[in-house]
Design a protein around this ligand. Sequence first.
Ligand code: RIB
Ligand code: CA
Length: 317
Amino acid sequence: MTDDSDMPMKVIIDTDPGQDDAVALLLALASEKLEILGITAVAGNVPLELTEKNVRIICELAGKLDVRVFAGAKSPMKKTLVTAENVHGKTGLDGPDLPEPVMSLQPQHAVDFIVETVLNEPAGDVTLCTLGPLTNIGLALQQAPQIADRIQQIVMMGGGFFEGGNITPAAEFNIFVDPDAASDVFQSGIPIVMMPLDVTHKLLTTKKRLKRIKKLKTPVAKAVVEMLEFFERYDEGKYGTDGGPLHDPTVIAWLLQPELFSGRYCNVEIEKDSSLTCGMTVVDWWQVTDRSHNALVIRDVNGDGFFDLLQEHLARL
Ligand code: RIB
Ligand code: CA
């Protein structure tokens, strides 16, 4: 009898590459612990036609041309799309010079793929890993509310509380882009693990860490360093730090080595209506309300352990 813990975890990764998304995808693609059922692209850092292309570019960089890639929402559920070329560059993957993808995009819409997969896989088997705005998940819940009881957990990068916001003083980008989808997800009852800026800002791509990755002397390592050297320049200028925060790989690292992280079950609600604080994740960290604890909010991480995990996996590609 195989112990379930030895079976690969079935995941769908929803993403808006983005250099940090790319590193998260490479970490996932290098792991034998994950069965990637599909990668779904969403508009976010750059428009959808670029995010879906970037997913395919990264899969090919990793040599994983058999992964199924789907395109999802071109715009948020209600708001007008806000993108972040100022951070990620015009292509969303500025930094390295990577070839145009040859692998094809799947014809099925990402939202239909998510719904169909969650309904067809055994209940409780599928984990959703979200690295961008939650639009595809919000639309899937709207289309088929019954999937909420069948999803094992959502591990998501988004939000911020003690650290504030990064696109407004109050809001983090992924939540700000689509607060309506985020609100639906946090009210869905699906178990959520939230990786906010409070933890990602403790994972800086310092020169020492990039130098270590560079020593791998592989095409993947070279591309990762070039991506991160481009990506970090914006946050280094903003925060005055050595390196920038590495956000999205925390989602995959949680699945592979959760003991690297610590946090607390809290209530999290999303501000949707205020022009001043729209997209804020209101985290009841000090439990001052009796609102339900709908998310495990992660606040601390073993930074060196995280980069050891990343190094070991990048070395496999
Ligand atoms: O705020 C950081 C998040 O927004 C990351 O997911 C980054 O890729 C951008 O999507
Ligand atoms: Ca992202």
